[in-house]
Design a protein around this ligand. Structure first.
Ligand SMILES: Nc1ncnc2c1ncn2[C@@H]1O[C@H](COP(=O)(O)OP(=O)(O)OP(=O)(O)O)[C@@H](O)[C@H]1O
Ligand SMILES: [Mg+2]
Length: 464
């Protein structure tokens, strides 16, 4: 127990001296403060484990001090125990101090051993609270894998799969719409598995000009083509003993697909213009935000390569299908950005939570992350409120209530078909408006294919 830091706050110099000697004799490291203001200044420099304060002081009194210390502690995620010293017979004030967050009190005149005993008890209680928080954090980490956040069923399936494949060389195909976390999952597989010490090399197959893909992936010899002014090591080789992440794999040109397939089968390939083969030990993870199987059916992606890449498939559902993960992610991003922007944000208000939960997130987790970052940057308070969220969240149509039938049934009935058509038309137009006229996006908002959306627009003569 010894060596723990106590701060004794009292405006009476004699009391400060007596208590200082007492606690030092018991092995504590003691500082003293002459007022509440002085105490608050001192804790900024050096955070004590426990504070013993007089209640009746000029300026900031003991109760205010306890309150201030408790709120600083909560904001900074620390803990502090406070014990107050009250005048004889002032039990009511003592109780008020406890309500403000003091752990215990002693009445003057007190016995030294009584005070020391209470301080010791206070410190062990604080220890207990700390353990408690650690346990809670551990519990929370069960809903995470590496940095992935979420405890929906869909995410548990993903975590489970990551566990099963991380220590193998199995190729995995990670499928999901834009911003659902495909790259994060790829990183989680690599960095939690046996290859973590090796390189993780990511290549966006859609971002490289078609004629350069092969040389990027497999490297080339000097003079292999115009512009190849020196030998170049390909990404496959840079990823040796590690993982290569082929993002947007559907964009891989057919010629590169052939070469990749061979490289995967034989673990060897020949750089462009080279004679000598290169051997590599690379684990391949691929990601795709379109239906790769459909690309195979259309003849845009080689079937044999598809099966080679898709030994295990991990599917990331759209964020709107992950239920309360939305709020869990929002809180996690809030913590992250509050720290980054050095903002003392404590949480998200209930009305903001409702809006966040109801929104449909066409841009998935990335959109939520950007949205929280913006809100944290704009927020003036220590709680994020609905006003900090962008306007398109505030006006998001409340689907459920809007689709529900009217409470009053019309006396002579009504024509259901034309009512449904009217409703359909309203929502088609609302989606178009929400999507700024982009039909693909509008179709996504209504969870339907582009073709089906276009068909319906046509049906109501709504297209132009
Ligand atoms: N489960 C998650 N937990 C925490 N952060 C996440 C999660 N999923 C995604 N993110 C964050 O969302 C953003 C987008 O994730 P990522 O880049 O992995 O998505 P993606 O599916 O590869 O997107 P794209 O298809 O646009 O390339 C990143 O900032 C990432 O950190
Ligand atoms: Mg990505």
């Amino acid at each position: 127990m010894s060596g723990e830091r106590l701060l004794v706050v009292d405006d009476d110099q004699t009391v400060r001296r007596v208590l200082g000697i007492l606690f030092e004799r018991h092995g504590f490291d003691v500082e003293t403060a002459i007022s509440g203001e002085d105490a608050l200044r001192q804790v900024e420099e050096r955070w004590p484990d426990l504070v013993v304060t007089d209640l009746n002081m000029q300026g900031i009194d003991g109760i205010d001090l306890v309150r201030a210390l408790k709120s600083t502690a909560a904001r900074e995620g620390r803990d502090i125990a406070c014990i107050v010293v009250t005048a004889f017979g002032s039990t009511a004030v003592a109780i008020e101090a406890m309500k403000a967050g003091a752990l215990d009190y002693v009445q003057k005149p007190f016995r030294n051993d009584e005070l020391v005993m209470k301080v010791r008890r206070g410190l062990s209680q604080r220890e207990l609270e700390r353990d408690n928080r650690r346990l809670q954090r551990q519990l929370k980490s069960r809903h995470q894998f590496e940095n992935l956040v979420g405890s929906s069923d869909a995410m548990h399936v993903v975590y489970d799969m990551i566990h099963r494949v991380k220590d193998t060389r199995i190729s995995c195909l990670i499928e999901g719409k834009s911003g659902t976390g495909k790259e994060m999952v790829a990183r989680a597989i690599h960095f939690s598995g046996l290859r973590a010490q090796g390189p993780f090399v990511a290549i966006n197959c859609g971002a490289i000009p078609e004629n350069l893909v092969e040389s990027e992936l497999f490297g080339h010899k000097k003079g292999a083509f115009t512009g190849a002014s020196r030998d170049k090591v390909g990404l496959m080789q840079s990823a040796d003993k590690g993982t290569i992440f082929l993002d947007e794999v559907a964009s891989l040109p057919l010629s590169a697909q052939v070469k990749l397939l061979r490289a995967l089968q034989e673990r060897r390939f020949t750089p462009v213009g080279a004679v000598q083969e290169v051997s590599v030990d690379v684990r391949v993870l691929a990601a795709c935000n379109v239906d790769l199987e459909a690309a195979v059916e259309n003849g845009e992606f080689r079937e044999d390569l598809y099966y080679r890449l898709n030994v295990v498939k991990l599917e990331l559902p759209p964020l709107r299908e992950r239920g309360d993960d939305i709020l869990m992610l929002a809180e996690s991003f809030l913590d992250e950005f509050a720290r980054e922007y050095d903002r003392p944000l404590r949480g998200i208000s209930p009305d903001a939570r409702t809006l966040l939960r109801a929104y449909h997130y066409p841009g998935n987790v990335r959109e939520l992350r950007n949205l929280v970052e913006r809100a944290v940057a704009l927020c003036r308070d220590d709680v994020l409120t609905a006003a900090d969220l962008p306007s398109h969240l505030q006006t998001a149509p409340a689907t459920t209530s809007a689709v529900l039938p009217a409470k009053q049934f019309p006396e002579d009935g009504f024509d259901l078909d034309s009512e449904l058509s009217r409703l359909e038309k309203t929502w088609l137009l609302a989606a178009l408006q929400e999507a700024d006229g982009q039909k693909t996006r509008a179709a996504q908002l209504l969870h339907m294919s582009f073709r089906s959306f276009r068909y319906r627009l046509n049906k109501y003569a709504l297209d132009d």
